[in-house]
Design a protein around this ligand. Structure first.
Ligand SMILES: [Zn+2]
Ligand SMILES: [Zn+2]
Length: 374
């Protein structure tokens, strides 16, 4: 069938183009995408160096299924999940489905050990552009009116929730909430510091609030972001100075606010390499520092920052177990604990994707979402 998709040339630009989407076979599902959230990874993918259908967050309706599909049928509403687990490997059996060994999160374009360049395990032939197979971002490519994906890439839901709000669960919300709840396991009464209050940081704050944290200190250089942080659960805010190298000054402020020599948990959500060590400095002895955003560079760290007994972890995707975690997130939404409608700052038409990227880069939105029939 013909669909419309946002395709990047891999050299920094993109355009909306007609593509041919194959009908689902075997364990595949054809989804009509209703809404797709935007995150910085989508902007990064404009520079992956080869053509890709953009988008890795989304919600939609199943239109057709292959003969082996059991969990969904046409008409079902689904949330898409970009880390597609096999269900049978060592990591999947260990409940580490987000780092499934048969569907490793190696990003397309990454160098592989054998000197090859990864295609991101794309089933290239399932979508065609100009008669040739084209990769979809994380094998789902949600910035497209339709996509055909593995059954394991969709989670059915029945919750009454706008598609725009459901669409952001599969990446930013899961990553932030899951880093606080599944990975760090923030405890009731704990003190928490959150560096960077973008789409992911705000969901770390929500996760900490839902876990019963007593003090949640939000740190950002943008006052608008700090206002958002309060809305999602921050109890204290620190407007960081852009010249505060390594957030040394902010670290002292955190310690003053929470006492005990530092917070129980600190989360780094900016992906700024110079802030890689910052969460370590903010936690008390035996505290937990979490690098949420994936700093994929060499960072020099003073080992004294680990003293004493501090733990530093860098979880991927909030340890997402899609079939377990998405329903939990939806239940929390229904209960009014997890704010999702409020997280969608702006809804854009597909034709206005360029503007949506610009607003994201300018830090205007908690989340910007493309709604296809908007
Ligand atoms: Zn697996
Ligand atoms: Zn994302």
């Amino acid at each position: 069938m013909i669909a419309k998709a946002a395709i990047t040339d891999g050299k920094g630009t993109f355009s909306l183009q007609d593509i041919e989407v194959s009908m689902p076979e075997g364990d595949e599902v054809l989804v009509k995408i209703q809404a797709a959230g935007l995150c910085h990874t989508d902007h990064d993918s404009l520079h992956w160096g080869r053509p890709v259908i953009l988008g890795h967050e989304g919600a939609g309706v199943v239109e057709a299924v292959g003969e082996l599909v059991k969990s969904v049928k046409p008409g079902d509403k689904v949330i898409l999940n970009w880390a597609i687990p096999c269900g049978t490997c060592f990591q999947c059996q260990e409940q580490n489905q987000h780092i499934c060994e048969n569907n490793s999160p190696v990003v397309a374009g990454d160098a592989l050990p054998d000197g090859e360049v990864s295609t991101g395990h794309a089933a290239l032939e399932r979508s065609q552009y100009n008669g040739k197979g084209i990769e979809r971002s994380f094998n789902i490519g949600t910035l497209s009116t339709h996509t055909v994906v593995k059954e394991q890439a969709v989670v059915k839901y029945t919750t009454a929730i706008p598609y725009s709000s459901a669409s952001i669960i599969g990446c930013g919300v899961m990553t932030g909430y899951g880093s606080a709840v599944n990975t760090a396991k923030v405890t009731p009464g704990a003190t928490v510091a959150v560096i960077g209050n973008g789409g992911v940081g705000l969901n770390v704050i929500q996760g900490a609030r839902i876990s019963g944290a007593a003090k949640i200190v939000a740190i950002d250089t943008n006052p608008t972001r700090l206002e958002m942080a309060k809305q999602f659960g921050a109890t204290h805010t620190i407007l960081a100075d852009k010249n505060d190298k390594g957030l040394k000054k902010a670290t002292e402020q955190v310690k003053e606010l929470v006492g005990n020599g530092g917070a129980d948990f600190a989360f780094e959500c900016t992906a700024i390499p110079a802030l890689g060590a910052a969460p370590l400095g903010m936690v008390r002895n035996a505290g937990t520092a979490v690098q949420v955003s994936g700093i994929e560079e060499e960072v020099l760290i003073d080992m004294q920052l680990f003293e004493w007994d501090k733990i530093y972890i860098n979880p991927l995707y909030g340890k997402c177990r899609p079939q377990i975690d998405f329903p939990i997130l939806l239940n929390l939404y229904e209960k009014g604990d997890l704010l999702l409608d409020e997280m969608v700052t702006t809804i854009y038409k597909f034709e206005n994707l360029e503007q949506a990227f610009a607003d994201m880069l300018a830090g205007k939105n908690a989340k910007g979402v493309i709604v296809f029939d908007a």
